[in-house]
Design a protein around this ligand. Sequence first.
Ligand code: SF4
Length: 203
Amino acid sequence: MPALVEDIRACRICADNPDKLPLPHDPRPVLQVSETARLCICGQAPGTRVHKSGRPFTDPSGDRLRDWMGIGEDIFYDPQKLAIIPMGFCFPGLDAKGGDLPPRPECRKAWHDDLFEALPQIELILVIGQYAQGYHLGKSRKKSLTETVAHWRDFWDECSSNNKPKVLPLPHPSWRNNAWIKKNPWFETDLLPVLKQEVARLV
Ligand code: SF4
């Protein structure tokens, strides 16, 4: 595992051998892993702030995610307790409207299967956004993000019966989802208490 992580941190695929256009900047893979963390967050890809800081979720979305999980930065940034493995390790750049581009597909092809195989101790994966849901839920994913998150108990039960890590789909903790959270009150009343309980058990 340490050699694999070293290779990821030195990765230049999207600069030197990309599927299509190269990254518009030097690669800077951002991830947090260890052989002990039983809890993992799998999100999309770093944005501009994280690209600069080199630390995942160093933004208001990170504050809200920590609040959802009921933990502070001390636990959140402890790799022995929490792994953070986005679907793209490097900031993918911005689109014409100034939004973040999708995670680079090269990343998933090159690294994710090997990395998750090297982390058999993980018991719970928090899956944020459509790319992470596509990877971790596969065909079980529903047609929309709302439907997928609303069926969280089904995925929970399915994983328990298969002896696989539990997978909990979440919306992105961005302020852009404030209206979604308001519209789906079950998220705060039903899902978040279970999330907090599981996080407390695992860290
Ligand atoms: S996004 Fe992934 S595959 Fe591309 S350079 Fe960064 S680490 Fe390598």
